[in-house]
Write a protein that binds this ligand. Sequence first.
Ligand SMILES: *[C@@H]1O[C@H](CO)[C@@H](O)[C@H](O)[C@H]1NC(C)=O
Length: 546
Amino acid sequence: MRRRTLFYFGLLFIAAVGTHLYFFSSSSDSPHLSDWDDVLEEEPSTSLAADPRKRDAIAAAFKHAWSAYERDAMGSDEYHPLSHTGKNLSHTGGIGYTIVDAIDTMLLMDLHQEYSRARDWIRDSLSFDRDGASRCFNTFETTIRVLGGLLSAHHLSSDDMYLKHAVDLADRMLPAFNTATGLPDTSVNLAAHSGIADPGNHISTAEATTLQLEFRDLAQLTKNTDYWYKAEKAMSAVYAARLPSNLAPISMNSNDGSFLQSDIRLGSRGDSYYEYLLKQYLQTDRTEPIYRKMYDDAMQGIHDHLVQKTPKRKLTYIAELFPKGANWRTTWDINHKQDHLVCFLAGSLMLGATTAGARTRGVVSIPPQMNELTKAGQRDWKTGVALLEGCMATHQTATGLSPEIAQFQQSPQQPDRDWHIKGSRPGGPATYDARYMLRPETVESLFLAWRLTGEQKYRNYAWGIFQAIEKHCRLPGGGYATVVDVDTVPVRHDDKQETFFLSETLKYLYLTFTDASVVPLDEYVFNTEAHPLPIFRPSIKPKFTL
Ligand SMILES: *[C@@H]1O[C@H](CO)[C@@H](O)[C@H](O)[C@H]1NC(C)=O
């Protein structure tokens, strides 16, 4: 779409910065970049112009991750970079999980050769005639990664080949919505064109409510209203089941449409429910006030019950609730634990504040002036900014990477740190909570914060995280891997390069250093897998309305 990628320059640059060590200071919220770095910083602090040197270094990192996959595992759904092997979700063959998830990043990065080979594979080898009777295709994951990836590749390239595959995939998935309540089955058998219900009829709330952007986009493209109404019906079921707090427990019964007594959290199984409330409102150009209402109510509930600050350093985080006893709908215990996943909420709150929270549409400055925002908008902006600082504080580890789960109580090992990793001690065995699996949520929020404020601080934070990834996750033999304990150096790796590293982490990092005309926020919403989909005025009349 735009300028050339200076790949060789990028490689030299990686080699150069490889000799510099960047660490987050334990006494300040800002990463300390070297003086050398500051000298090269050209633009004024509020400009949204590109930073070509850093942008191209991130594209070079993508090439390092992609070329290893292409060499070792081309065509396989998943990639194991230490053993140099691929794996498919189904024994009957792959569904393009990695390739389709990554291809729009190649388009945005102008990686023509990689793009052309990936496109050839999709054209010649992609098939959804894969047996999933063993529940290997999750309805939600297949939608956000594969359907979302095909749709954004179609929008960015105008190539109908992607749309044809998207229609084929969606038609195989649609029967999953044919349930008593409209809440979808958790798995699909693509070869059989059928949904597979969970044995206990459970579905996680996020899985049922994070399909709508994709199916609605396809409905708008094809004028097939089925996609629209099936996805929308799941939302109306969740609305009908709502609790007084307007917070959503993470499990639902797809048979009767009720919430099950289960945790309330913005982390796993809850997160993207809240994300898609805002994004559904934005996707259809703010024409559907029902999502605005659900979003406003949920953000009120989050502020009433979940936003917390640590006693000493006043770090903002989002706690979890454990519903208790017979009155679990209104009675709970609080748990001061935060998944890395929750860090998406920082940027989401900031995006919401400048859109749903704008007093007058289109009149919000960069950065926003508080008098341009409603009261709720001002509240959400401040919480988003503070939560992002709290998320950055969880990067104050030996590696500069944040753990999968942080406990916001004082660290027994490091009393100057207001949080700790459960069960983790220097030299001890690595716990699940201590890993960094190349997740995107903090850099996603940094990207949004940068675009919405133009404050250099956010680029510096993003660059610090990128440096930590380069130093600790990059494998010399190709690819990037999960780090098993962010507080132990030298690090040990786990044999996994998640597909979201290609589709989300590197894309959000890259877009933080392009100019703001690349995927502008007033023209696109990103699905939860970072696939940009256009904002449109719907030609289909919604059935689920206020
Ligand atoms: C996965 O399936 C694809 C076909 O879609 C095939 O090219 C690839 O070799 C398979 N990978 C493995 C590890 O079997």
